[in-house]
Design a protein around this ligand. Structure first.
Ligand SMILES: N[C@@H](CCC(=O)N[C@@H](CS)C(=O)NCC(=O)O)C(=O)O
Length: 245
């Protein structure tokens, strides 16, 4: 029986990592799109599938799997991928130390800060739009705005920039320009894709200083046919799902 994969995708989410790895590995997959609610949270439909209620989640031969790096690890460990016999896969299949490091770094050091900042911005907006308390006077709007501006601008912002600079430094020194440390993209690259893509062409574009090393890495990723197919599939699936609402 061939491997059955359904990717549960939430719009504007880390599931872009999984589209990319699935396309690189040439694995057939179905997609179910879940759209964020007005508060930017995942809808209940995702919690109905996934114990964490977060994206990405995949169903792999009927088993529900969560956490991007575990999902990537599971996909790289499929027997048909490990044997790599039916076609040449241009991916670092065997996990390197750098893959493990950047897999952890992307979530544990970068995304925790990025996410905190996104939550502060979303909740400030919700406050100003009266989603938390109906009647908001201008003074309380200003106080919340000043506080969130301070936390994101003066506290989280410099730390986020530090994580970007650290990644820039690594990629500039790497022999091949991949976070895997080899001449092929690996888990470290798939994991770093979400944050760097958001900085260069997503919701955080233009907000931080991204050096030529990471810009070059991003270009290298997007010039890969598999990454292009991944972006197209993501877009097509979202459009198809939107048309059904
Ligand atoms: N560490 C998890 C993080 C998962 C996560 O927080 N996903 C976000 C989307 S990028 C989510 O589902 N957010 C919706 C919510 O929290 O309601 C992973 O890497 O898979």
């Amino acid at each position: 029986m061939s491997t059955q994969i359904t990717l549960h995708h939430l719009n504007a989410s880390r599931s872009d990592r999984i589209f990319w790895v699935l396309e690189e590995l040439g694995l057939p997959y179905n997609v179910r799109v879940h759209f964020r609610t007005p508060s930017r949270s995942a809808p209940k439909s995702l919690l109905d599938i996934s114990p964490t209620g977060k994206a990405p989640t995949i169903e792999l031969n009927g088993k529900v799997i969560t956490e991007s790096s575990f999902i990537i690890w599971k996909l790289l460990h499929l027997s048909e991928i490990q044997s790599n016999s039916f076609k040449k896969i241009d991916v670092q299949i065997e996990q390197t130390e750098d893959d493990v490091f950047w897999g952890h770094y992307s979530e544990g050091s970068m995304m925790n800060l990025f996410q905190a900042s996104a939550i502060i911005q979303a909740t400030t907006q919700a406050w100003n739009n009266g989603m938390i308390i109906k009647e908001i006077d201008e003074n309380s709007k200003k106080a919340v705005g000043d506080y969130s501006g301070f936390v994101t601008g003066k506290y989280l912002g410099p730390q986020m920039q530090g994580t970007i600079d650290f990644a820039e430094n690594f990629i500039n020194k790497s022999a091949h320009g991949w976070f895997s440390g080899t001449d092929k993209p690996g888990e470290g690259d798939f994991m770093m894709f979400f944050a760097i893509n958001s900085l260069l062409s997503g919701t955080r574009a233009g907000l931080f200083n991204v050096g030529d090393g990471l810009k070059g890495w991003h270009k290298r990723v997007l010039s890969r046919p598999a990454a292009q197919r991944a972006q197209q599939r993501l877009k097509d699936e979202e459009e198809k799902a939107k048309a059904k609402i």
